[in-house]
Design a binder for this molecule. Structure first.
Ligand code: DGI
Ligand code: FE
Ligand code: FE
Length: 207
């Protein structure tokens, strides 16, 4: 599917504001794809469809979760978490998008998940840093996105968990899985400045 066809499809399902967000996520995703050597074509299609199901009725999304292979525990959490997984099913059913990397990136764009691939990371990051967004701490994340994709995703994961806890919201397991997995990867790859000794000092400092 080409870019224009994809945009025309999603436009009819989204509000004007959401469509403009989608266009900006696609532009951001293409930039990141070129920077981190991922197919820009795939990044563009995944980005264009990432919020495709944002405005489906709760009944329709619920039915799709119940009758597909999607994990049923989604139904126990906030419906905001449903539109990505539901879209990953819909794009295949309606438009024959079977590419597993594209489907996965759409699936996990809200929460992240363990073992995210490069395309997953790019859509997760692009959705958060697209130029239309503005909130405290975002500039730091945007800057990191120019040099370290994993660390950027880690910051987003951490910020999201902090934000949700602050609001006393419940947190879906994949949101934690993303944070834990990224922390493990970064720790092993020495992306963090503090080392194992630093961590021990921090934990013993409170005793
Ligand atoms: O669809 P968008 O608005 O572009 O962005 P999104 O799909 O990343 O949705 C963002 C919202 O989802 C944001 O308000 C944080 C929320 N979210 C992410 N992880 C969780 C979560 N909400 C709950 N309740 N639990 C989560 O684990
Ligand atoms: Fe979304
Ligand atoms: Fe989005």
């Amino acid at each position: 599917m080409n870019k224009q066809d994809a945009l025309s499809i999603v436009e009819t399902h989204l509000t004007k504001k959401r469509f403009e967000h989608t266009v900006r996520v696609a532009e951001t995703a293409v930039t990141l794809a070129n920077l981190y050597q991922v197919s820009a074509k795939k990044a563009e299609i995944a980005a264009i469809f990432h919020d495709y199901c944002k405005y489906r009725s709760l009944e329709e999304m619920m039915r799709i979760i119940e009758t597909s292979y999607l994990p049923k525990d989604l139904l126990l959490y906030h419906h905001e978490l449903w539109h990505g997984p539901v879209a990953s099913i819909k794009v295949e059913e309606e438009y024959g998008i079977t590419d597993e990397e594209i489907k996965s990136a759409i699936y996990c764009h809200t929460t992240g998940k363990a073992h995210m691939g490069k395309l997953d990371l790019i859509i997760f990051v692009a959705d958060y840093i697209e130029p239309g967004r503005s909130f405290p701490g975002l500039e730091e994340v945007r800057e990191m996105a120019t040099t370290d994709l994993l660390k950027t995703a880690w910051m987003i994961s951490r910020n999201t968990i902090n934000f949700l806890m602050e609001k006393k919201n419940r947190i879906y397991p994949d949101t934690f899985h993303a944070y834990n997995d990224l922390t493990r990867l970064l720790d092993g790859g020495n992306h963090f400045e503090q080392n194992a000794i630093g961590n021990i000092e921090t934990s013993s400092g409170s005793m």
